[in-house]
Design a protein around this ligand. Structure first.
Ligand SMILES: Cc1cn([C@H]2C[C@H](O)[C@@H](COP(=O)(O)O)O2)c(=O)[nH]c1=O
Length: 210
């Protein structure tokens, strides 16, 4: 199970698609999932409302938001465990590490702070969510990521920027948090992928799967 992580606009969705194709071409069965599961889980829908300022003070509280993201994953845990039995590779577009990075960045803590520990206690120790085997961190400057978010807005009709995407300082702190989590090997080993230019997916698959 591989978690694909990075700030908004880092290119996670693109890599997710390319990796799925490359792994399938090598004869592996692949199951992809994305969190939050908007339209599937009530907690994820509350997250979406909060991200657009439609849930009152909930969006002001990193812990309230963190709990909603965690509950969405807890509701998916049984399905995830079944996927792990059935598929060679489970690819995740965001997972527990997103909660650690964004919440800690909002609270201006670092990776050794209370929030990252709180996420671990809640999602891993208490909810017993499956632990990933590896993380891929798409590393990109916040400026490049922001320009990708702007480009995506132009093509996705009706899509409104959420409260995190509009906050350049938060994105910069979040990028720093991800780098710290990667250096510490938080939860699983991390491979940092330079995502400013086009990622060589086949090379990445070779690195990951030999
Ligand atoms: C999955 C997840 C996302 N997030 C944030 C990252 C994004 O800015 C936002 C929405 O995710 P998305 O843009 O990938 O749909 O939620 C968390 O803070 N914690 C989480 O657990």
């Amino acid at each position: 199970m591989i978690g694909i992580e990075g700030i908004d606009g880092a290119g996670k969705r693109t890599l997710f698609g390319k990796l799925s194709t490359a792994l399938t071409e090598r004869g592996l069965s692949v199951r992809g999932r994305a969190f939050p599961r908007y339209g599937v889980d009530v907690h994820a829908d509350l997250v979406r409302d909060a991200l657009h300022g439609d849930l009152g003070p909930v969006s002001d509280s990193p812990h309230a938001m963190g709990l909603l993201y965690a509950l969405d994953r807890r509701d998916a845990a049984e399905g995830l465990r079944a996927d792990l039995e059935r598929y060679d590779v489970v690819l995740l577009d965001r997972y527990v590490a997103s909660n650690a990075a964004y919440g800690a960045a909002r609270l201006r803590q670092d990776a050794d702070g209370d929030f990252v520990r709180w996420v671990h206690d809640l999602e891993i120790s208490r909810f017993r969510l499956p632990v990933p085997d590896a993380h891929l961190l798409l590393s990109v400057t916040p400026t490049v990521a922001a320009s990708r978010v702007t480009r995506r807005e132009a093509t996705e009709v009706g899509r409104e920027r959420d409260i995190y995407e509009s906050d350049a300082d938060l994105q910069a702190r979040c990028a720093a948090l991800y780098e710290q989590l990667a250096r510490r090997g938080w939860l699983a080993p991390w491979t940092v992928v330079d995502a400013v230019s086009t990622v060589d997916t086949n090379r990445l698959v070779d690195e990951l799967f030999g």
